[in-house]
Design a protein around this ligand. Sequence first.
Ligand code: C2O
Ligand code: CU
Ligand code: CU
Length: 385
Amino acid sequence: MTTTIHWHGLHIPASMDGGPAQQIPPRETWRPHFTIMQQVALNWYHPHAHHKSGEHTYRGMAGLFIIEDDESLALDLPRDYGVDDVPLVIQDRAFNEDGTFRYKTEDRDFILGMRGDVILVNGTPNAFFQATTGRLRFRILNGSNARVYNLRFDGDRTFHQIGTGGSLLEAPVEMSRVLLGAGERAEIVVDVSEGEDVVLKSFPHDARAVSANIEDPNDIENAPFPVLTIRAPDTPMESVQVPERLIDIEPLAEEDAAVVRKITLSMGTSGKGWFVINGQPFDMMRVDETVKLGDIEVWEVMNASPLPHPFHIHDVHFLILDRNGAEPSIDQRGYKDTILVKPGELVRLIMHCEDFADPMIPYMYHCHMLEHEDGGMMGQFVVVE
Ligand code: C2O
Ligand code: CU
Ligand code: CU
């Protein structure tokens, strides 16, 4: 089966990006090579085959791609991998009676995106982590095809969010929940020093379908469900610290933007397909946007559909200017490449398009509910000198 590998969150040339055009036929080898030219980030990789991103990712070909730099390595943060620095790749799967994965057998699997009733963390159902330290850092990826998680600890325990995927935050932010659409990441530090078990759960949230006739009657999202149990260290420990400052984030000014692009996500009304951007379903032969190398751009992403869509742009990292006119909350002021846009929401993003121009090979932007991406909610842009 022909597939591809896309480096989600990496700032690399389009020819190395692993989009639908960089196909790897069966039994052939693809040898991408690139230089890491970006700051600390929590990225990942997954297949991006034409119309098959969802199925190939669902079948398991995905993982994290962690980037550190001198600045991040100098911070007093947990970094003992698997001990106090723990990756959490959260995915959901549906199973057939014979134990195989069930994929896209119902209409709702396509329309709402493929969601399963079994939650896996790093590939494991009913996952637990045995803590041996009081301070834990979790690098969290929502690697699900479609499900949105509203993560909170039992008892509303607070934690510090330190990163947004594309970078760390300027300073840790005390939070009690983190909402992640498919493809989004977050880094948190939590204190379990008082020696009790803690359960990380996903709670009901408002980033869901607004029209009743496409609701899923068996939806596990109607009530909290467990994601991970943290078994506390045997003996209580000293309570924990996080650094006061993390990194500097240079703001991008709207006045400096050379271009404002309008990106409207909508569904099913034009007769051109179920999932469209600016009225058009994805067409590999059509380049939708041309970006000039070195420009600062503003993208206005409007969700004109009754479903939430996690909107993702390849290559660049963006900052959020505003959501429905309001400043982003302080936990969203780091760099990101994927942002959950709720029905009716207008999110404005600002980004600097640097380093790699290639008039022939496009980058993608799309909804990261992979069934929506495969269903047409994707476009292409080239960067030119
Ligand atoms: Cu993770 Cu084009 O996607
Ligand atoms: Cu990507
Ligand atoms: Cu979508």
